[in-house]
Design a protein around this ligand. Structure first.
Ligand code: PMP
Length: 285
């Protein structure tokens, strides 16, 4: 059976789920999106995802043509109609169909698209052995040009970094901000462990305010682990005892090598493992 995709209030078979070539989401990357997980049929952190989506939309003067409860229901219905229990949901709101010029005032109305699909995970061995990542030359967009806090359809900054990472043989790539500080990876936030404390770049370091990041900070608090949101440099990464990434798709994934420096003893460390276990319990119980 073909997947059913929600577009603008209606469900379409995947093959027929199409948007106009005049949609400014396609023409200019003008729109916002969310990547959300469901576990055992329940959407993880629905309220937080909707809040981030609405915040992103507000900043780009995009009015989402649904209320938050109606969007939540549309997401749940799309999951249910596709019979998906453990899945990945992509919510996209484009500026809609307009003219060939930039002016969004010529766009008819925003398009809401909801795709509920199976999740493509990193292979299990990466969670056991840990990832190798590299710092890439593409820096995060300057915040005065485009805030990393907007989860916009314009992901070229991240894609260019991802390509550099792949060319270096890595599935993720570490990006620095315009100040040369550690920001985040192309689709994941970064954490370090140093002397028993958890360190992660703050929200003003040109990062997306990750919902998994937030969940992990909460879990660390429950476990009595001190968390510091502070500016970090590559130096801090190289001398860290442990390193891991967080993201909706990746969940919590250990990093054992950065720029060919071995992190800690080269295996996923104890605090990383503890948080991976707790995150698993949080999402699967
Ligand atoms: N940073 C970037 C650039 C992202 O695109 C994402 C989401 N894939 C994240 C971090 C992680 O955010 P979340 O935990 O909300 O998925």
């Amino acid at each position: 059976m073909s997947l059913k995709i929600y577009i603008d209030g209606k469900l379409y078979d995947k093959e027929d789920a199409k948007v106009s070539v005049y949609d400014h989401g396609l023409l200019y990357g003008d729109g916002v999106f969310e990547g959300i997980r469901s576990y055992a049929g329940k959407v993880f952190r629905m309220a937080e995802h909707l809040e981030r989506l609405w915040d992103s939309a507000k900043v780009i003067w995009l009015k989402i043509p649904l209320s938050k409860p109606a969007m939540a229901k549309a997401i749940e219905d799309t999951l249910a109609v596709n019979g998906i229990q453990d899945g990945y949901i992509r919510v996209v709101v484009t500026r809609g169909v307009g003219s060939l010029g930039l002016d969004p005032n010529h766009c008819s109305h925003p398009q809401v698209i909801i795709i509920a699909d199976k999740i493509a995970l990193y292979p299990p061995e990466l969670y056991e052995q840990g990832l190798e990542i590299v710092t890439v030359s593409v820096m995060r967009n300057h915040p005065a040009a485009l805030s990393a806090r907007i989860k916009s359809l314009n992901y070229l900054n991240n894609i260019l970094a991802k390509i550099e990472g792949i060319q270096a043989g890595c599935v993720e790539a570490l990006m620095l901000n315009h100040k040369g500080e550690v920001a985040e990876c192309t689709g994941d936030n970064i954490f370090l462990v140093r002397q028993g404390r958890l360190l992660t770049p703050p929200n003003d370091a040109s990062i997306l305010e990750g919902i998994t990041r937030d969940a992990v900070i909460g879990l660390a608090g429950e476990l009595g682990i001190e968390v510091r949101e502070i500016a970090l440099t590559k130096h801090d990464v190289y001398i860290a005892d442990e390193c891991f990434l967080t993201g909706t798709a990746a969940e919590v994934v250990p990093v054992v090598k950065v720029d060919s420096r071995v992190i800690g003893d080269g295996t996923p460390g104890p605090m990383t493992r503890r948080l991976m276990t707790r995150f698993h319990e949080l999402t699967r119980s």
